[in-house]
Design a protein around this ligand. Structure first.
Ligand code: NAD
Ligand code: ZN
Length: 259
């Protein structure tokens, strides 16, 4: 039993000198963090999905930070009691085995960093990193009691955390309708557009954002090896050389072992 990699894919992976990986919420599903879309996602009910997007938007953060934080607490609360899974660990092993490696993630759960990935672009930020909207003070949701908040308190009270200065604290993540951080976009361009990796692997994403889809399409266009890992079809499934309809944990473990 277990997942077996197509033999030809294994051979082509072994010849690769550089690998770029793109991950979405699906890679953390096996850690027990709900995805947004897909089976069992928190957007399964489309109306609930629209409400979540509205809650996680820049205007809501300004006008009703409690509501924004109640939505954030769903991911942060689930992640604070959970661990990186086999898929996160397999990516660390892949980074060790290949000459050049880069990981672009949309996730805000901090699992890639916790597992030990080094060359990481967390394009949407990290939900455990905090920022005071008034004085700019930075903190950590789980580790700095002096900046006050702890995720359990937020879940229990449904209240946005406040800084000593009286300002509202936000997580250092990109909300719907906000700009991506420029330095990270620059790194994404450098790693995926200027030096297109030999292999680009997209894992557990519904591919809703152009900057997540483009690196895969460019790699395919340039004749690089492209792989998608997702039990369901997405907008890139027709463009990749291999669509592995498997779970992230089993497929990435097999890829790490094949290198
Ligand atoms: P998404 O929820 O839109 O899509 C998840 C995808 O993962 C689906 O296509 C689904 O078929 C697939 N999937 C489910 N289980 C899987 C598994 N075991 N292995 C492989 N694939 C699996 O997620 P998205 O594309 O990342 O985009 C949503 C946005 O939501 C992102 O901006 C992200 O920041 C945010 N988000 C983050 C987290 C997190 O940090 N863990 C969780 C939910 C949402
Ligand atoms: Zn402050």
């Amino acid at each position: 039993m277990g997942f077996v990699l197509p033999a030809e894919l294994a051979t082509r992976l072994r010849a690769a000198r550089s690998i770029g990986v793109i991950t979405g919420a699906g890679i953390s599903a096996e850690s027990g963090i709900p995805t947004y879309r897909g089976k069992g996602g928190i957007y399964d009910d489309p109306e609930q999905g629209d409400r979540t997007i509205e809650a996680l938007s820049a205007p809501t953060l300004r006008t009703d930070p409690d509501r924004a934080w109640q939505a954030i607490a769903k991911i942060a609360g689930a992640a604070s009691g959970a661990q990186p899974n086999a898929a996160h660990h397999a990516l660390v092993e892949i980074e060790r085995k290949v000459e050049r490696f880069v990981l672009l993630t949309q996730n805000v759960d901090g699992f890639h960093a916790a597992a030990g990935t080094r060359n990481l672009i967390d394009i949407h930020g990290d939900t455990f990193k905090l920022l005071c909207m008034k004085c700019g003070r930075r903190g950590d949701l789980s580790r700095e009691p002096d900046i006050e908040p702890c995720i359990q308190t937020i879940v229990a009270t449904g209240k946005a955390p406040r800084c000593e200065c009286g300002g509202t604290i936000r997580p250092d993540v990109v909300f719907f309708g906000e700009m991506l951080p420029e330095a990270k976009v620059q790194r994404l361009h450098d790693e995926f557009y200027h030096r297109v990796p030999d292999v680009v692997i997209s894992v557990g994403t519904s591919n809703m954002f152009p900057y997540i889809v483009q690196p895969v399409l460019i790699a395919a266009q340039q004749g690089r090896l492209t792989v998608e890992i997702n039990p369901e079809e997405t907008e890139i499934s027709g463009y990749v050389a291999y669509h592995l309809k498997a779970k992230a944990g089993e497929a990435l473990t097999a890829i790490a072992a094949a290198l």
